[in-house]
Design a protein around this ligand. Structure first.
Ligand code: NAD
Ligand code: IPM
Ligand code: MN
Length: 352
C-alpha cells in the first residue's frame, strides 16, 4: 500500500495538477491511495497558514507528494514568514529532501519551440542536482533591521557544512554512474568561502569514492553563459540552492518552455519524495485553462519511478508525453492552441 498526497496549491497549480490526477486515475495503480490537501495561498485562505500541521503530518507519512505551485499577487503583501512560498520551504525542510533533480531534456518535436537555435538545443539532456534545504534560503542570521543611523539593512547568510555538501554530491555522483558519467560542479569559489568549501569537498568525495566519474568545476556566471552557448556540453550540473534555482529556469528555455520542466526532491531513500514542476503559479495566465500541464505530468512520472515503485508506468507516461508532442499537440507556451485539458487528453490518448 502506498499513498500519494496531491497539493495543487495556487494559480495554475490546480489546473495542471488536475491533468496529473486524470492520468493517475487512468493508470489505476493497484494499492495506491490518492489524497489531496490545501497548501500555499489556498491554505492561507482556508486555515490562515500556508501549511497546517495536519497537512505536514500527512506529507511526512505519505510515500510521495505531488505539488502544483504556490504563491501569487493575492498574498504578496503577507508577512514574509507566512507567505505561500514560506510554506513550501517549510515543507521541503521538514521532508529533508536535500537533492532536487531537475531534468532539462529537449524533446525532438520541441527543438523549434525554443528561442534558441534548434541545432544548439537538439538532443540536450541535462540533469540539475540542486541542493534544496540549505544555503542562503535557510542560513542564519537573516532579516531586515534598522541601523542606528535610521537606514534599513536586509541580510541573508549563505552557509554550507561538509555534511550538506557531501550528501547532495553523493546523489549527483551516483546518478552520473547511471548516465553519461560527467558531473560539473557549479559555485562561485572565486568570491565566496561557501563556494571554496563546496569545491574542495566535492573534489575530495570524487577522489575518494567516485574516481570513475569525470568531475569539472565551473563558476556560476560562466555556467549561465555556457547553458545558452553550448548546453550539450553538460551531463549533470551539481549546484547549490540559489544557483540551482536560477540556472534551471534558464535551462528550461532549452526545452521549449518553463512549462516542460519537472522535478523530484529526494532525501534519504526510505523517506517520501516531493515532486513538483519547476515553474510557479503563473498569475499572468492562471484561470484561463491554457497552462502547459507537461511539467506536472512529467513530475508524476518521476514520482512513479523514484517513490512509487512503478518504473514501467513512468516510462509509459514519458513516452505518451513524447508521442503527444510528436503528433503536434501544443499549448500556447509551445506555440500551439490546446487548452490544458486538451493537452491532458492528447497525452491520455497515447497512454496505451
Ligand atoms: P512563474 O514560473 O509562475 O511564471 C513565469 C512565466 O512562465 C510566466 O509568464 C508564466 O505564464 C510562464 N509559465 C510558467 N509555467 C507555465 C506553464 N505550465 N505553462 C505555460 N506558461 C507557464 O514565475 P513568476 O511569475 O515569477 O512567479 C509567480 C508566483 O509563483 C510567485 O508567487 C512565485 O513565488 C511563485 N513560484 C512558485 C513556485 C513553486 O511553487 N514551486 C516556483 C516558482 C515561482
Ligand atoms: C522553485 C521556486 C521556489 C524556490 C520558491 C517558490 C520558493 O522558485 O521551486 O524553483 O526558489 O525554490
Ligand atoms: Mn524557481
Amino acid at each position: 500500500m502506498s499513498t500519494l498526497l496531491l497539493l495543487p496549491g495556487d494559480g495554475i497549480g490546480p489546473e495542471v495538477t488536475a491533468q496529473s490526477r486524470r492520468i493517475l486515475d487512468a493508470l489505476a495503480l493497484p494499492g495506491l491511495e490518492i489524497t489531496e490537501g490545501a497548501f500555499g495561498g489556498a491554505s492561507i485562505d482556508s486555515h490562515g497558514v500556508p501549511l497546517t500541521d495536519a497537512v505536514l503530518d500527512r506529507a511526512l507519512s505519505s510515500t510521495a507528494v505531488l505539488m502544483g505551485a504556490v504563491g501569487g499577487p493575492k498574498w504578496a503583501d503577507t508577512a514574509y514568514d507566512k507567505r505561500p512560498e514560506a510554506g513550501l520551504l517549510k515543507l521541503r525542510e521538514a521532508m529533508a529532501v536535500y537533492a532536487n533533480l531537475r531534468p532539462a531534456r529537449c524533446f525532438a518535436a520541441l527543438a523549434s519551440a525554443s528561442t534558441l537555435k534548434p541545432e544548439v538545443i537538439e538532443g540536450i539532456d541535462i540533469l540539475f542536482v540542486r541542493e534544496l534545504v540549505g544555503g542562503v534560503y535557510f542560513g542564519q542570521p537573516r532579516g531586515i533591521e534598522t541601523l542606528p543611523n535610521g537606514e534599513r539593512r536586509g541580510f541573508n547568510t549563505q552557509s554550507y557544512t561538509t555534511h550538506e555538501i557531501r550528501r547532495v554530491a553523493t546523489t549527483a555522483f551516483e546518478l552520473a554512474r547511471a548516465r553519461g558519467g560527467k558531473v560539473c560542479s557549479v559555485e562561485k569559489a572565486n568570491v565566496m568561502e561557501s563556494g571554496v568549501l563546496w569545491r574542495e569537498e566535492v573534489q575530495k568525495l570524487r577522489d575518494e569514492s567516485y574516481a570513475d566519474v569525470a568531475l569539472t568545476h565551473m563558476y556560476a556566471d560562466n555556467c549561465a553563459m555556457q547553458l545558452v552557448k553550448a548546453p550539450k556540453q553538460f551531463d549533470i550540473i551539481l549546484t547549490d540552492n540559489l544557483f540551482g534555482d536560477l540556472l534551471s529556469d534558464l535551462a528550461a528555455m532549452s526545452t521549449g518552455s518553463l512549462g516542460m520542466l519537472p522535478s523530484a526532491a529526494l532525501g534519504e531513500k526510505c523517506r517520501p519524495g516531493l515532486y513538483e514542476p519547476i515553474h510557479g503559479s503563473a498569475p499572468d495566465i492562471a484561470g484561463q485553462g491554457v497552462a502547459n500541464p507537461c511539467a506536472s505530468i512529467l513530475s508524476l512520472a518521476m514520482a512513479l519511478r523514484h517513490s512509487l515503485g512503478a518504473p514501467e508506468a513512468a516510462d509509459r507516461l514519458e513516452a505518451a508525453v513524447e508521442a503527444a508532442l510528436d503528433s503536434g499537440a501544443r499549448t500556447a507556451d509551445l506555440g500551439g492552441r490546446l487548452s490544458t485539458r486538451e493537452m491532458g487528453d492528447a497525452i491520455l490518448a497515447r497512454l496505451a
